[in-house]
Design a binder for this molecule. Structure first.
Ligand code: SAH
Length: 357
């Protein structure tokens, strides 16, 4: 059975129009299904009430539009909501919804687990299980739109579990579904792909004609320090990542998690500012989410502000990311880690690692 949620809207429409004609219906009957997939999603073919009942039944016999069952949801006092979805094979992934005024940013996952093992990241600690399929990535946005009341994304960041550019085969069509007016219709400038610097993926993203945003997880301004935090630095060294960022035709953002006493010294600010200048990047300083980040302490807010001022003084644009969902462990991978630990209780020691403010 063909899963319509694995297809970009234009492809789904082509298939559905052909299907309609093959079953003695007018082609527009096929087109009528498309808005129900993403734009104004419904839970099942049966809910597509603008279609004749017999045609809905026929659709159900030939196509699938699978749901992602919601396992659990947590709400932060700041309005951030974190969702854990179950996949057909029993794996689970998380999605975070972050309201901010008129904006609703969804932080979505692209893989189950992650192979990259960044030292401070909860997802890295769980290892890599598999890539997500198109419908499992775009389905996170769809599922939230199906809630009542619906949570409608205005912005998307690929900053949940996984490395999106190691799953380009699925992320590429997902970008189309997110941006296409027949999909979610979210402006490309409001869709950010975050990567540790997977070079072929950066090139592929740069070749898309839409203005999708690129965020680079830099986290250390030298190869020596970066290699201790991010093993991937041996495969994709900092200098290559910076070159790729310079060649990327649109503006990039550096992400920099502030790790107390590790990467937050004045010299790091100077080195980071130089790298940002080399490729015209904007610097986003991220307070460390302590959950899951064993052995690291967050830099104090005052020290982060000072670090930011030093960078700004060198002529580089910098912002400090508001930390959201601190009370629900909303950083990369933390919900799933917490859940797995709760299900199979480890030692008290282990449980303490995931306790958050
Ligand atoms: N693999 C991609 C996207 C997922 S992580 C990437 O690394 O860019 C999204 C962002 O969250 C990354 O910048 C990552 O370094 C950051 N992050 C991971 N663990 C964190 C933590 N404990 N506190 C704050 N940010 C964290």
């Amino acid at each position: 059975m063909l899963n319509l949620l694995d297809l970009a809207p234009a492809e789904a429409e082509r298939v559905l129009r052909e299907f309609a004609v093959a079953h003695g219906e007018k082609p527009f009957r096929g087109s009528q299904v498309v808005p129900h997939l993403w734009q104004k999603p419904v839970a099942s073919f049966d809910d597509m009430t603008d279609l004749p009942k017999a045609f809905r039944e026929l659709l159900g016999q030939h196509f699938a539009i699978p749901r992602l069952p919601l396992v659990t949801e947590q709400r932060s006092t700041d309005g951030t909501r974190k969702f854990l979805f179950q996949m057909a094979d029993g794996q689970s992934i998380e999605t975070v919804a972050i309201p901010d005024g008129e904006r609703m940013t969804l932080c979505i996952s692209s893989q189950v687990g992650c192979a990259l093992q960044c030292a401070f990241c909860a997802t890295g600690a769980m290892g890599f299980a598999r890539n997500l399929a198109v419908h499992e990535i775009a389905g996170q946005v769809r599922e939230l739109a199906l809630l009542s009341p619906p949570v409608r994304a205005t912005n998307i960041v690929f900053m949940g579990m996984g490395e999106p550019l190691m799953n380009w085969k699925a992320v590429d069509p997902v970008l189309t579904i997110l941006n296409d007016p027949k999909g979610f219709g979210i402006g490309a400038r409001h869709i950010t792909v975050s990567t540790v610097g997977v070079l072929p993926g950066i090139v592929a993203l740069g070749q898309r004609k839409e203005q999708f945003r690129l965020a680079l997880s830099i986290h250390a301004p030298t190869d020596a320090l970066r290699a201790t935090l991010m093993p991937v630095n041996t495969k994709y060294p900092l200098s290559d990542v910076i070159r790729a960022a310079a060649e990327f035709e649109r503006r990039v953002t550096f992400e920099y998690v502030m790790l107390g006493g590790v990467n937050d010294l004045p010299q790091h600010a100077d080195q980071l500012a130089r790298l940002a200048k080399d490729c015209g990047a904007f610097v986003n300083l991220i307070p460390l989410h302590p959950g899951g980040a064993m052995g690291f302490t967050p830099t104090s807010p005052e020290a982060i502000a000072k670090f930011a001022r030093r960078i700004r003084g060198l002529g580089v644009e910098v912002a400090i990311r508001k930390s959201r969902g601190m009370d629900i462990a909303a950083a990369c991978g933390q919900l799933r880690v917490e859940r797995l630990r709760r299900r199979s209780p480890g030692s008290a020691e282990q449980d303490r690692e995931i306790e958050v403010a």
